[in-house]
Design a protein around this ligand. Structure first.
Ligand code: ATR
Length: 277
């Protein structure tokens, strides 16, 4: 009898998740036998649902909004990048029976920027909008790319200053409010606020982006997000959303579980084609 390894993504809501589709394509492409389901898990049921999943032979989980911090607390052992992110999007059953927690979001973003879009991060001045969980997850992987500096700007200024303070040992990073951005310029602006989902934009001054600069929205949508539109209006060389990051973080999770790297380009191209239809 063929043994099928079980994987899943837990989140709330989860109905529109693209992860089952992405992992199914990865499995076909790499000849791996596995199944991957989406399961709606509210926060208060998280621990019981994860325990049941692994007790029933599950091998690995992805956790998404609003469960990443709970997954971080649940993991028996954590990678350094997960530890710094204080959030876990990938759980993996290890051979010793312990549950490993990792965070593949940041490396997913870096791979999308550098690998898929040929963007050089080394030496660049980066602005991150927002100081919540999404920002926290990408800071260490960006600093590891020898960037010049990172500025975190947030509506609640203290949160930006405190978050930056946690990473000062890893590179040049400061926090501020949106009004402090006047007169400053950045090579890459990343929107990590939750404003895109509500169709809003933080208040951004004129000429914030250098000529031929890059804009990247961690959120993605079938239509250009308001931040992607802002990038286009501000003459960004590229104004991208987070679809590529989604596929890349999935590929990294697949690698953790299966030890094999799927090809991401065809999957990104397919998902992009579908949303243009
Ligand atoms: P996530 O885990 O997705 O990052 P979060 O931790 O709730 O979610 O953080 C949301 C981020 O979006 C925060 O930086 C928040 O700013 P505050 O810290 O000041 O709340 C930011 N945000 C949400 N709505 C916003 C708005 N209308 N304008 C500007 N920033 C907003």
């Amino acid at each position: 009898m063929m043994i099928v390894d079980h994987y899943a993504v837990f989140g709330h809501p989860i109905k529109h998740s693209k992860s089952p589709r992405i992992h199914k394509i990865f499995a076909e492409q790499t000849g791996q036998t596995l199944d991957y389901k989406a399961q709606d898990v509210p926060a208060e049921q998280f621990s019981a649902a994860v325990a049941a999943f692994f007790a029933n032979g599950g091998k690995g989980l992805n956790c998404t909004i609003p469960l990443k911090e709970l997954a971080w607390a649940y993991a028996d052992v954590k990678t350094e990048r997960a530890y710094m992110a204080k959030a876990v999007n990938t759980l993996a059953l290890q051979t010793d029976g312990l549950i490993l927690g990792d965070n593949t979001d940041g490396i997913g973003l870096v791979t999308d920027l550098t690998g898929n879009h040929d963007i050089t991060l080394a030496g660049s001045r980066i602005l991150i909008l927002g100081a919540g969980g999404a920002s926290r997850g990408i800071i260490a992987p960006l600093l590891e790319q020898s960037v010049h500096s990172i500025v975190i700007a947030n509506r609640t200024v203290d949160k930006a200053i405190n978050l930056a303070g946690e990473f000062t040992a890893k590179g040049l990073i400061t926090g501020c409010g949106f009004s402090d951005l006047k007169g400053r310029q950045f090579d890459l602006i990343i929107n990590a606020t939750s404003t895109s989902l509500s169709g809003q934009l933080p208040p951004l001054p004129e000429a914030l982006l250098v000529k031929n600069g890059i804009c990247y929205d961690l959120a993605y949508s079938n239509e250009p997000t308001v931040f992607v539109q802002w990038g286009q209006e501000n003459k960004a060389l590229k104004s991208l959303d987070g679809l590529g990051m989604l596929v890349e973080q999935a590929a990294e999770a697949f690698f953790i579980w299966r030890g094999i790297r799927p090809k991401t380009r065809p999957v990104i191209e397919l998902l992009n084609k579908e949303r243009k239809l």
